[in-house]
Design a protein around this ligand. Structure first.
Ligand SMILES: Cc1cc2nc3c(=O)[nH]c(=O)nc-3n(C[C@H](O)[C@H](O)[C@H](O)COP(=O)(O)OP(=O)(O)OC[C@H]3O[C@@H](n4cnc5c(N)ncnc54)[C@H](O)[C@@H]3O)c2cc1C
Length: 299
């Protein structure tokens, strides 16, 4: 189903993100997570794309398996890093033939071991270039749906670290929408004011695409530190840190997880009250926290 139909049918959309695990032993657990979460009837699920190498094929395999064995529309992520136009066309064609209807188009981050990565190694420099290429694929009628792929792009309520100038950043976001993107899915954030302000600033910049809010319940203090590294710039409000510190002083990992779930549930309640277009849960391939949040929100 095209993302615009999904968003029109589910107000708000509720969706989950998975990553293809490296260890073969983790796949059975992931399939169980997907089966558990399928009972919540998500609007769609998305699957991340690696920085390079063999994990990239795993994204395709997981997406096709979800498409073939569940009722949930899968949305593969795709990045610019290192790709030629011909490679991207081959990937798009495979997804089109498998009946996949939507793609999240990203720039991606340079591989960890190449901090001075040379973007001229691939044909695309910014996500907007990839969006424009997918749009051309759509216009050439290479997808069975006459509208082609629905196209999503990333948004950063706290700002993207590479563009400290927030005015320029919104210009860059607008370029992605003008190139053909249909919706925005945000990076995780822990202060809803960042999201509401970002939504308002997008509207003032003439960006009308639906904005899906990315939420990640903190499950452990180690996970929180890891995420601060991965989602560069993630800002944890003092209120959340205080609650996590209280829980972790008891040496009870379950208490920390409960705090993370409670905080995320409160965040989601306020997002729903303020009519976000959707909420996207960063599940880290686990179902427990998401199911708890659904239960506490009466979803
Ligand atoms: C929802 C979500 C899912 C993600 N999934 C993945 C994933 O699966 N795999 C992965 O590797 N990464 C993923 N990422 C991370 C993402 O790839 C990185 O954060 C990346 O640094 C930015 O990607 P982008 O698509 O926003 O890039 P862009 O929109 O290209 O922006 C990147 C930076 O360049 C700036 N910029 C854009 N255009 C121009 C221009 N013309 N001139 C100058 N500056 C410009 C922007 O302001 C921004 O600072 C995800 C992020 C989000 C929010």
């Amino acid at each position: 189903m095209h993302i615009l139909d999904i968003l029109a049918a589910s107000k708000p959309s509720l969706s989950f993100e998975f990553f293809p695990p490296r260890a073969p032993s983790a796949w059975e657990e992931l399939y169980q997570t997907i089966r558990d979460l399928e009972t919540l009837s998500p609007s769609f699920v998305s699957v991340t794309y690696g920085a390079g190498g063999s994990t990239r094929d795993l994204t395709h395999d997981l997406v096709v398996r979800i498409k073939q064995t569940t009722s949930i529309p899968p949305v593969p992520h795709l990045t610019c890093v290192g790709h030629t136009r011909a490679e991207i066309d081959a990937i798009l064609l495979r997804y089109a033939e498998a009946g996949v209807s939507n793609i999240l188009a990203l720039r991606g981050d340079p591989p960890k071991e190449q901090p001075n990565y040379d973007w001229s190694q691939g044909d695309f420099r910014y996500a907007a270039d990839l969006v424009a290429h997918i749009k051309k694929f759509n216009d050439d009628k290479r997808h069975p749906d006459p509208r082609g792929f629905g196209i999503g792009v990333a948004g950063f309520p706290e700002g993207h670290p590479a563009t400290p100038n927030r005015v320029n950043e919104l210009d860059n976001m607008k370029a992605k929408i003008d190139a053909g993107a249909d919706y925005i899915c945000t990076q995780l954030f822990f202060d809803n004011h960042d999201l509401f302000d970002y939504r308002d600033r997008c509207a003032l910049a003439g960006i009308e695409a639906p904005l899906i809010a990315g939420v990640m319940p903190v499950s452990s203090t180690a996970g929180m530190k890891r995420m601060a590294e991965l989602a560069a710039g993630a800002r944890y409000p003092a209120k959340l840190i205080k609650a996590l510190q209280r829980a972790s002083s008891k040496n009870d990992p379950d208490a920390v997880e409960r705090v993370g779930i409670h905080y995320a549930a409160q965040q989601c309640a306020e997002l729903l009250d303020n009519e976000v277009a959707g909420i996207h849960f960063y599940t880290l391939n686990k179902s427990h926290a998401t199911r708890q949040i659904y239960a506490s929100l009466g979803l």
